[in-house]
Design a protein around this ligand. Structure first.
Ligand SMILES: [Zn+2]
Length: 96
C-alpha cells in the first residue's frame, strides 16, 4: 500500500471534518497566534508542541500510515479525539 505524504493528506478540509466545531475554532485561534512549534518532521510524520495562553504545553503527533491518518495529543487519552491542538498543528502545516 502506498503511503501518502502527510502534507498531501492533511488539508484544511480534513482538519475541519475531523474536529468538532468548537475544537476547530479553538485550533484556528491557536494557529493564528502562531503557538505551534514543530519539533520533528519528515514526509510521513510530524511532532509539534502547542502552548497557548496559560495552557499547558501539549505534544501532538500526526502521521500518515499504511492504514491511514493517525493522530494523538497529550491532552487526552481518548481515541479518535481530534482536539484543538491537533487542529492547530494541521492548520499550521497548511500555512507553512
Ligand atoms: Zn490536545
Amino acid at each position: 500500500m502506498k503511503m501518502i505524504p502527510l502534507r498531501t493528506l492533511v488539508t484544511a478540509e480534513l482538519v475541519k471534518d475531523l474536529a468538532s466545531r468548537s475544537y476547530f475554532r479553538y485550533g484556528q485561534a491557536i494557529a493564528a497566534d502562531e503557538d505551534v512549534k514543530i519539533v520533528e518532521q519528515n514526509t510521513f510524520n510530524i511532532v509539534a508542541h502547542v502552548q497557548h495562553g496559560r495552557g499547558e504545553k501539549r505534544t501532538v503527533e500526526l502521521a500518515s500510515t499504511p492504514t491511514g491518518f493517525k493522530f494523538k495529543c497529550t491532552c487526552s487519552n481518548r481515541k479518535n479525539l481530534f482536539c484543538q491542538h491537533c487542529v492547530a498543528v494541521g492548520l499550521w502545516m497548511n500555512k507553512l
